[in-house]
Write a protein that binds this ligand. Structure first.
Ligand code: AMP
Length: 299
Protein backbone atom coordinates (compact mmCIF):
# COMPACT_ATOMS: atom_id res chain seq x y z
CA UNK A 1 0.00 0.00 0.00
CA UNK A 2 1.44 3.36 -1.13
CA UNK A 3 -0.88 5.70 0.73
CA UNK A 4 -3.41 5.43 3.53
CA UNK A 5 -5.93 7.89 4.89
CA UNK A 6 -7.52 8.10 8.32
CA UNK A 7 -10.57 10.31 8.66
CA UNK A 8 -14.31 10.33 8.86
CA UNK A 9 -16.56 8.10 6.81
CA UNK A 10 -19.88 9.86 7.11
CA UNK A 11 -23.43 10.46 6.16
CA UNK A 12 -23.87 14.18 5.53
CA UNK A 13 -26.98 16.36 5.45
CA UNK A 14 -26.20 19.39 3.35
CA UNK A 15 -28.04 22.59 2.56
CA UNK A 16 -26.73 25.12 0.02
CA UNK A 17 -28.47 27.87 -2.00
CA UNK A 18 -28.80 25.18 -4.73
CA UNK A 19 -30.63 22.52 -2.75
CA UNK A 20 -30.88 20.34 0.31
CA UNK A 21 -29.93 16.65 0.53
CA UNK A 22 -29.93 14.11 3.35
CA UNK A 23 -27.77 11.07 4.11
CA UNK A 24 -25.19 11.63 1.41
CA UNK A 25 -22.06 9.50 1.51
CA UNK A 26 -19.30 11.83 2.71
CA UNK A 27 -16.65 12.33 5.35
CA UNK A 28 -13.09 13.57 5.11
CA UNK A 29 -11.65 10.11 4.35
CA UNK A 30 -14.21 9.43 1.63
CA UNK A 31 -13.61 12.68 -0.26
CA UNK A 32 -9.83 12.38 0.17
CA UNK A 33 -9.69 8.76 -0.97
CA UNK A 34 -11.87 9.33 -4.03
CA UNK A 35 -9.63 12.26 -5.03
CA UNK A 36 -6.48 10.22 -4.35
CA UNK A 37 -7.77 7.23 -6.30
CA UNK A 38 -7.12 9.05 -9.59
CA UNK A 39 -3.37 8.49 -9.06
CA UNK A 40 -2.98 5.69 -6.52
CA UNK A 41 -4.94 2.95 -4.70
CA UNK A 42 -5.47 4.49 -1.29
CA UNK A 43 -6.58 2.58 1.80
CA UNK A 44 -9.00 4.03 4.36
CA UNK A 45 -8.74 3.62 8.13
CA UNK A 46 -12.09 4.38 9.72
CA UNK A 47 -15.25 3.11 11.31
CA UNK A 48 -18.83 2.90 10.08
CA UNK A 49 -22.09 1.86 11.73
CA UNK A 50 -24.68 -0.79 11.01
CA UNK A 51 -26.49 1.66 8.70
CA UNK A 52 -23.55 1.64 6.24
CA UNK A 53 -24.64 -0.53 3.34
CA UNK A 54 -22.77 -2.94 1.09
CA UNK A 55 -23.52 -0.64 -1.84
CA UNK A 56 -21.34 2.04 -0.22
CA UNK A 57 -18.42 -0.38 0.13
CA UNK A 58 -18.97 -1.54 -3.45
CA UNK A 59 -18.91 2.03 -4.72
CA UNK A 60 -15.60 2.80 -2.97
CA UNK A 61 -14.05 -0.45 -4.18
CA UNK A 62 -15.21 0.29 -7.73
CA UNK A 63 -13.13 3.48 -7.51
CA UNK A 64 -9.91 1.66 -6.46
CA UNK A 65 -10.30 2.61 -2.81
CA UNK A 66 -9.23 -0.17 -0.44
CA UNK A 67 -11.73 -0.52 2.41
CA UNK A 68 -10.02 -3.32 4.34
CA UNK A 69 -9.10 -0.77 7.03
CA UNK A 70 -12.74 0.23 7.61
CA UNK A 71 -14.41 -1.56 10.52
CA UNK A 72 -18.12 -1.83 11.17
CA UNK A 73 -19.33 -1.25 14.71
CA UNK A 74 -22.63 -1.31 16.62
CA UNK A 75 -24.44 2.01 16.27
CA UNK A 76 -24.78 4.61 13.57
CA UNK A 77 -22.25 6.01 11.11
CA UNK A 78 -20.76 9.44 11.86
CA UNK A 79 -23.25 12.08 10.78
CA UNK A 80 -22.60 15.74 9.95
CA UNK A 81 -25.10 18.42 9.03
CA UNK A 82 -23.87 21.57 7.34
CA UNK A 83 -25.28 24.66 5.72
CA UNK A 84 -23.84 27.24 3.33
CA UNK A 85 -25.24 30.64 2.45
CA UNK A 86 -24.45 32.83 -0.56
CA UNK A 87 -20.79 33.01 0.51
CA UNK A 88 -20.02 29.35 0.11
CA UNK A 89 -16.53 29.71 1.58
CA UNK A 90 -18.12 29.51 5.03
CA UNK A 91 -19.63 26.23 6.29
CA UNK A 92 -22.02 26.40 9.25
CA UNK A 93 -22.12 23.15 11.19
CA UNK A 94 -25.72 22.30 12.12
CA UNK A 95 -24.88 19.07 13.94
CA UNK A 96 -21.99 16.65 14.51
CA UNK A 97 -22.98 13.18 15.71
CA UNK A 98 -19.74 11.26 16.27
CA UNK A 99 -21.69 8.01 16.85
CA UNK A 100 -19.33 5.05 16.19
CA UNK A 101 -16.31 7.40 16.27
CA UNK A 102 -16.84 8.00 20.02
CA UNK A 103 -15.23 4.68 20.99
CA UNK A 104 -13.07 4.09 17.94
CA UNK A 105 -9.64 2.67 18.63
CA UNK A 106 -7.88 2.27 15.26
CA UNK A 107 -5.82 -0.89 14.75
CA UNK A 108 -3.72 -0.69 11.62
CA UNK A 109 -3.21 -3.91 9.67
CA UNK A 110 0.29 -5.00 8.62
CA UNK A 111 -0.16 -4.01 5.00
CA UNK A 112 -1.30 -0.48 5.91
CA UNK A 113 1.44 -0.03 8.53
CA UNK A 114 4.08 -0.08 5.83
CA UNK A 115 2.53 2.71 3.72
CA UNK A 116 4.98 5.52 2.95
CA UNK A 117 2.40 8.29 2.60
CA UNK A 118 -0.16 8.99 5.33
CA UNK A 119 -2.98 11.50 5.25
CA UNK A 120 -4.36 12.30 8.70
CA UNK A 121 -7.62 13.77 7.40
CA UNK A 122 -9.94 15.77 9.62
CA UNK A 123 -10.92 13.73 12.67
CA UNK A 124 -10.42 13.88 16.46
CA UNK A 125 -6.65 14.61 16.96
CA UNK A 126 -6.03 11.68 19.40
CA UNK A 127 -7.27 9.32 16.65
CA UNK A 128 -4.84 10.91 14.21
CA UNK A 129 -2.04 10.36 16.73
CA UNK A 130 -3.06 6.74 17.38
CA UNK A 131 -2.72 5.99 13.67
CA UNK A 132 0.54 7.91 13.28
CA UNK A 133 2.09 5.97 16.18
CA UNK A 134 1.44 2.60 14.53
CA UNK A 135 3.13 3.37 11.21
CA UNK A 136 6.55 1.82 10.55
CA UNK A 137 7.84 3.02 7.14
CA UNK A 138 6.64 6.59 6.76
CA UNK A 139 8.10 8.92 4.17
CA UNK A 140 5.62 11.79 4.42
CA UNK A 141 2.65 12.71 6.61
CA UNK A 142 0.04 15.38 5.83
CA UNK A 143 -2.50 16.52 8.44
CA UNK A 144 -5.79 18.37 8.00
CA UNK A 145 -8.10 19.65 10.72
CA UNK A 146 -11.03 21.99 11.39
CA UNK A 147 -12.12 24.82 13.69
CA UNK A 148 -13.95 22.42 16.05
CA UNK A 149 -10.67 20.73 17.14
CA UNK A 150 -8.86 24.07 17.44
CA UNK A 151 -11.70 25.19 19.76
CA UNK A 152 -11.97 22.12 21.95
CA UNK A 153 -8.72 20.11 21.62
CA UNK A 154 -6.01 22.61 20.76
CA UNK A 155 -3.27 21.00 22.90
CA UNK A 156 -3.92 17.51 21.52
CA UNK A 157 -3.99 18.94 18.00
CA UNK A 158 -0.68 20.80 18.43
CA UNK A 159 0.83 17.60 19.77
CA UNK A 160 0.12 15.87 16.42
CA UNK A 161 0.96 18.93 14.28
CA UNK A 162 4.48 18.89 15.79
CA UNK A 163 5.06 15.38 14.46
CA UNK A 164 3.96 15.72 10.83
CA UNK A 165 5.71 16.92 7.67
CA UNK A 166 2.82 19.01 6.38
CA UNK A 167 -0.49 20.57 7.31
CA UNK A 168 -3.36 21.63 5.14
CA UNK A 169 -5.60 24.22 6.77
CA UNK A 170 -8.02 26.90 5.61
CA UNK A 171 -7.35 30.63 6.05
CA UNK A 172 -9.72 31.10 9.01
CA UNK A 173 -8.25 28.09 10.82
CA UNK A 174 -4.67 29.19 10.05
CA UNK A 175 -5.42 32.56 11.69
CA UNK A 176 -7.10 30.85 14.64
CA UNK A 177 -4.32 28.30 15.24
CA UNK A 178 -1.42 30.74 14.78
CA UNK A 179 -3.03 33.73 16.49
CA UNK A 180 -1.90 35.90 13.53
CA UNK A 181 -4.15 37.67 11.02
CA UNK A 182 -1.59 38.19 8.24
CA UNK A 183 -1.60 34.88 6.35
CA UNK A 184 2.06 35.03 5.30
CA UNK A 185 3.09 35.49 8.91
CA UNK A 186 0.57 32.84 9.99
CA UNK A 187 2.08 30.29 7.59
CA UNK A 188 5.56 30.91 8.97
CA UNK A 189 4.32 30.61 12.57
CA UNK A 190 2.70 27.28 11.73
CA UNK A 191 5.97 26.04 10.18
CA UNK A 192 7.73 26.91 13.43
CA UNK A 193 5.47 24.43 15.27
CA UNK A 194 7.04 21.61 13.22
CA UNK A 195 5.81 20.98 9.63
CA UNK A 196 8.20 22.06 6.87
CA UNK A 197 5.22 22.34 4.51
CA UNK A 198 2.12 24.43 5.23
CA UNK A 199 -0.76 24.61 2.73
CA UNK A 200 -3.20 27.43 3.45
CA UNK A 201 -6.45 26.92 1.53
CA UNK A 202 -8.32 30.08 0.59
CA UNK A 203 -11.47 28.52 -0.88
CA UNK A 204 -12.12 29.68 -4.44
CA UNK A 205 -8.98 31.83 -4.21
CA UNK A 206 -6.70 28.82 -4.19
CA UNK A 207 -3.76 27.91 -2.02
CA UNK A 208 -0.67 29.50 -0.47
CA UNK A 209 2.21 27.05 -0.13
CA UNK A 210 5.02 27.50 2.39
CA UNK A 211 7.79 24.96 1.89
CA UNK A 212 10.97 25.46 3.90
CA UNK A 213 11.93 29.03 2.88
CA UNK A 214 9.93 29.03 -0.37
CA UNK A 215 6.46 30.32 -1.21
CA UNK A 216 4.16 29.37 -4.04
CA UNK A 217 0.73 30.81 -4.80
CA UNK A 218 -1.76 28.80 -6.84
CA UNK A 219 -5.10 30.44 -7.68
CA UNK A 220 -8.15 28.19 -7.71
CA UNK A 221 -9.78 27.28 -11.03
CA UNK A 222 -12.56 29.87 -11.52
CA UNK A 223 -15.56 27.58 -11.90
CA UNK A 224 -18.97 29.21 -12.27
CA UNK A 225 -20.81 26.02 -11.34
CA UNK A 226 -20.27 25.84 -7.56
CA UNK A 227 -23.18 23.88 -6.12
CA UNK A 228 -21.89 22.35 -2.87
CA UNK A 229 -18.44 23.16 -1.46
CA UNK A 230 -18.46 20.20 0.96
CA UNK A 231 -15.30 18.13 0.63
CA UNK A 232 -13.30 20.70 -1.34
CA UNK A 233 -10.56 20.78 1.30
CA UNK A 234 -10.45 17.01 1.65
CA UNK A 235 -10.35 16.43 -2.09
CA UNK A 236 -7.59 19.01 -2.44
CA UNK A 237 -5.50 17.32 0.25
CA UNK A 238 -6.17 13.76 -0.93
CA UNK A 239 -5.35 14.72 -4.52
CA UNK A 240 -2.26 16.63 -3.38
CA UNK A 241 -0.80 13.76 -1.36
CA UNK A 242 -1.61 11.15 -4.00
CA UNK A 243 0.47 13.18 -6.46
CA UNK A 244 3.52 13.06 -4.17
CA UNK A 245 2.91 9.36 -3.46
CA UNK A 246 2.70 8.48 -7.14
CA UNK A 247 5.88 10.45 -7.96
CA UNK A 248 7.42 9.17 -4.71
CA UNK A 249 9.20 12.52 -4.50
CA UNK A 250 8.93 15.43 -2.12
CA UNK A 251 10.61 18.55 -3.46
CA UNK A 252 9.42 22.07 -4.22
CA UNK A 253 8.78 21.48 -7.94
CA UNK A 254 6.67 18.37 -7.27
CA UNK A 255 4.85 20.16 -4.46
CA UNK A 256 3.87 22.95 -6.89
CA UNK A 257 2.46 20.48 -9.40
CA UNK A 258 0.69 18.53 -6.65
CA UNK A 259 -0.92 21.78 -5.41
CA UNK A 260 -2.35 22.59 -8.84
CA UNK A 261 -3.51 18.97 -9.25
CA UNK A 262 -5.30 19.15 -5.87
CA UNK A 263 -6.85 22.54 -6.67
CA UNK A 264 -8.25 21.23 -9.95
CA UNK A 265 -9.84 18.19 -8.29
CA UNK A 266 -11.40 20.44 -5.64
CA UNK A 267 -12.81 22.68 -8.40
CA UNK A 268 -14.66 19.63 -9.80
CA UNK A 269 -15.84 18.43 -6.37
CA UNK A 270 -17.71 21.68 -5.68
CA UNK A 271 -19.63 21.42 -8.97
CA UNK A 272 -21.86 18.63 -7.67
CA UNK A 273 -23.66 17.69 -4.46
CA UNK A 274 -21.65 15.42 -2.15
CA UNK A 275 -19.32 13.08 -4.04
CA UNK A 276 -21.40 13.19 -7.24
CA UNK A 277 -18.69 14.76 -9.43
CA UNK A 278 -15.96 12.48 -8.09
CA UNK A 279 -17.94 9.48 -9.31
CA UNK A 280 -17.18 10.18 -12.94
CA UNK A 281 -14.07 12.39 -12.83
CA UNK A 282 -11.13 11.18 -14.93
CA UNK A 283 -7.42 12.06 -15.20
CA UNK A 284 -8.17 13.48 -18.65
CA UNK A 285 -10.76 15.91 -17.22
CA UNK A 286 -8.17 17.17 -14.77
CA UNK A 287 -5.40 17.46 -17.36
CA UNK A 288 -7.72 19.45 -19.64
CA UNK A 289 -8.56 21.84 -16.82
CA UNK A 290 -4.85 22.25 -16.01
CA UNK A 291 -4.22 23.26 -19.65
CA UNK A 292 -6.99 25.87 -19.43
CA UNK A 293 -5.63 27.07 -16.12
CA UNK A 294 -2.09 27.50 -17.50
CA UNK A 295 -3.43 29.87 -20.17
CA UNK A 296 -5.22 31.90 -17.52
CA UNK A 297 -2.19 32.48 -15.33
CA UNK A 298 0.63 33.04 -17.82
CA UNK A 299 1.49 36.53 -19.03
P1 AMP B 1 -14.49 19.91 3.97
O1 AMP B 1 -13.44 19.42 3.01
O2 AMP B 1 -13.89 20.76 5.03
O3 AMP B 1 -15.67 20.53 3.28
O4 AMP B 1 -15.01 18.61 4.74
C1 AMP B 1 -16.33 18.14 4.69
C2 AMP B 1 -16.46 16.78 5.34
O5 AMP B 1 -15.98 16.84 6.68
C3 AMP B 1 -17.89 16.32 5.44
O6 AMP B 1 -18.12 15.25 4.54
C4 AMP B 1 -18.10 15.89 6.90
O7 AMP B 1 -18.64 14.60 7.03
C5 AMP B 1 -16.70 15.95 7.48
N1 AMP B 1 -16.70 16.47 8.85
C6 AMP B 1 -17.39 17.53 9.35
N2 AMP B 1 -17.14 17.69 10.67
C7 AMP B 1 -16.26 16.71 11.02
C8 AMP B 1 -15.61 16.33 12.24
N3 AMP B 1 -15.82 16.98 13.38
N4 AMP B 1 -14.77 15.26 12.21
C9 AMP B 1 -14.56 14.60 11.06
N5 AMP B 1 -15.14 14.89 9.89
C10 AMP B 1 -15.97 15.94 9.85
Amino acid sequence: MEMIIVGSVAFDSIETPYGKKEKLLGGSAVYASLAASLRTNPGIVGVVGEDFEDAHYDFLKSKNVDTSGVVKDKGNTFNWGGKYEEDMAQAYTLHTHLNVFEDFNPKINDDYKKAGYLFLANIDPPLQLAVLNQMTDLKFVLLDTMNLWIDIKKEELLNVVKKVNAISINDTEARQLSGEWNLIKAGTILQEIGPELVLIKKGENGTIVFYKNNYFIAPGYPTTATTDPTGAGDSFAGGFLSYLAKENTVDFETIKKATVWGNMIASFTVEGFGVEKLKTLTQEDISKRIDDFKKMISF
